[in-house]
Structure formats: structure tokens, C-alpha cells
Write a protein that binds this ligand. Structure first.
Ligand code: NCD
Length: 301
């Protein structure tokens, strides 16, 4: 594996190896020196809190030198091309690039142009993929519910259409054999491509949540409000918000997940987000461990 661009088509064995290694890092009290002397660079063309910080921390915990490319103050502002930027950083000895970009496929295009010894990690491109988020979500689910994904009932609720997180989650769930995946959103927020193959699609939140072992809710991408895809935040919350009352329909030990950032009171109430079923901060913690496993796999040795 030279790059990590997507979970689409990743064999189950590879997913499991990465999760096992991430669990090792989650259990590890100290740091590792697997990447001592290796230079990696974060290149984020879109805002990020969790993903960027946890990649930085993961690289540091592996002993790497971490550079943060600041798009707003770099020569990208003077018109330097993405390829020239990458070539210059490669010339300094950077071996790993962690890239987030608003365009679908932008990370893969950079990977195509990379030198043979350079690794790219997709930290989220357009609506397409966010593979490390998919892996950290699977690690979190596995810790809470065990390894047998085939017996789990999983509800994915919210703006699936614009969500690279949902796409990577669905790829990972398929690889791990999840058989009962319900996807719930208003029609305007459902994708019309092959993303939902094999899922039970419904507009009825109670139906989606009924007996679910895990409810994975997504951020309502408020920037889409302007497109008129959602009438009002209140209406969305009424129909698709995860509340304690709604959650009462799920399995008694159901867990709730959200990739962040949360719109409190829109897709999820404070009571649920901060309540005993919430794994939201566990997801964040697992993000560091998963990113350590990915960086080690791509760059060590
Ligand atoms: C998400 C993203 O940027 O794709 N956040 C994250 O990485 N945890 C989800 C979102 O912005 O809705």
C-alpha cells in the first residue's frame, strides 16, 4: 500500500489489520519511534479541527517531524501549482502528505504525481472519501459492540448526500460484513449514485432507529441550506434529530456516534451528545490511534 485514498475495495483483512494495529496504539501508554527522522506534512485546503490535529499528534507520537502547510500564507497564494508545491516539499525530504481538499479526486490526482517513495493520505476529499474517519468509526464500533459486524443493526442518519464520512463508513461496513445498515435522510439529502447499494433506505427516523445497535448521525451541512435542500433547521430537527425520545426505540444498549463538528440542537440534542450512550469523544480519541496505524503502515521501513 503506497497511499490511503479510499476504503472502497479495501479487503476485509487489510481493514482488520489496520484496526488491530490501531487498537495496539490505543492501548499503548507511551509513544513509538517507528517514524523517527521521517518528515510528514499536512496540506489542508479546507477547515479542520479533529482530523488535522489528530494527524499531527499521531505523527508526533510516532516520532516524525511534522510540517503544517498553511495554504493561506504559502506561495499557493502567489499561484504556485499544487505539483510544484509537492515537488518542493519532496525535495526537502517530506515523505508523507496528509491532504484535505474540497474537490473530489484532488488527493488521488496528487498521489498519481507523487514520487515512488512518497505516500499520500486522504484526509477528506469533496464528498468522496474520508478513509481514516471510516476506520476510526469502525474501531469505535468494534470496541463497543464486538467483532461480529454481521449481527449489528446500524442506522446512518443525516446528510448522506454531501458526506464523505458516510461513504467511507459504508465502504468499511461492507468490508466488515455488516448486513443490516439503514440509511435515513430526507430525499434531498440522499445520494443518487451507488453509495447506498445494499442499504435499507428510509425517510422515517423511527423505522431506521428501531432496534438499532448503533446510530451514526452526520452533520447537517448548513452551507447546503442556501441551496434550499432543507426547509428549516427546526423542521430538520423534528424529523431527523436524534433525541432521547427517538433513541428509546433503539436497542437498550445502543450507542450514538457523530464525526463532528456537531450542530447541537439540530442533528442531535445536548442530552444525547453528552449522554451515556454517546461515543463521540471516544471516536476522537480513536482518531489518533487509527492515524498512527495508517502512517506507520505507509511510511515505516
Ligand atoms: C467531517 C469532514 O470534514 O468530513 N468532519 C471530520 O473530519 N470529523 C464531517 C463534516 O464536516 O461534516
Amino acid at each position: 500500500m503506497q497511499h490511503l485514498l479510499t476504503l472502497d475495495g479495501m479487503p476485509r483483512a487489510t481493514v482488520v489489520e489496520l484496526l488491530d494495529r490501531a487498537q495496539h496504539f490505543a492501548d499503548l501508554a507511551g509513544d513509538s519511534d517507528a517514524l523517527r527522522g521521517t518528515a510528514v506534512c499536512t496540506l489542508f485546503f479546507e477547515p479542520s479541527t479533529r482530523t488535522r490535529m489528530s494527524f499531527q499528534l499521531a505523527a508526533q507520537r510516532l516520532g516524525a517531524h511534522v510540517l503544517n502547510f498553511d495554504v493561506s500564507t504559502s506561495s499557493a497564494r502567489k499561484g504556485e501549482t499544487a505539483l510544484d508545491t509537492m515537488r518542493n516539499l519532496e525535495a526537502m525530504g517530506v515523505r508523507g502528505f496528509i491532504v484535505r481538499h474540497h474537490d473530489d479526486g484532488a488527493v488521488a490526482r496528487r498521489a498519481d504525481a507523487a514520487r515512488p517513495g512518497t505516500a499520500l493520505v486522504n484526509a477528506g476529499d469533496g464528498r468522496s472519501a474520508h478513509p481514516t474517519q471510516g476506520l476510526l468509526d469502525m474501531l469505535t464500533l468494534r470496541q463497543a459492540k464486538g467483532e461480529d459486524f454481521a449481527r449489528l443493526k446500524i442506522a446512518i442518519v443525516g446528510d448522506v448526500k454531501h458526506s464523505r464520512v458516510a461513504r467511507s463508513d459504508l465502504h468499511a461496513l461492507r468490508a466488515l460484513g455488516a448486513a443490516d445498515v439503514r440509511v435515513c435522510a430526507p430525499s434531498a439529502l440522499l445520494p443518487d449514485d451507488a453509495t447506498l447499494a445494499g442499504c435499507h433506505v428510509t425517510h422515517d427516523l423511527d423505522e431506521a432507529i428501531d432496534g438499532a445497535d448503533a446510530v451514526m448521525t452526520l452533520r447537517l451541512q448548513r452551507e447546503r441550506m442556501e441551496d434550499g435542500l432543507v426547509d428549516s433547521l427546526e423542521g430538520y430537527h423534528r424529523d431527523y434529530g436524534i433525541t432521547a425520545t427517538r433513541l428509546a426505540r433503539a436497542a437498550p444498549d445502543a450507542v450514538v456516534m457523530h464525526p463532528g463538528p456537531i450542530n447541537r440542537g439540530v442533528e442531535i440534542t445536548d442530552e444525547v451528545a453528552d449522554g451515556p450512550r454517546s461515543l463521540i469523544l471516544r471516536q476522537v480519541a480513536n482518531g489518533v490511534a487509527v492515524r498512527m496505524a495508517v502512517l506507520e503502515r505507509l511510511l515505516a521501513g
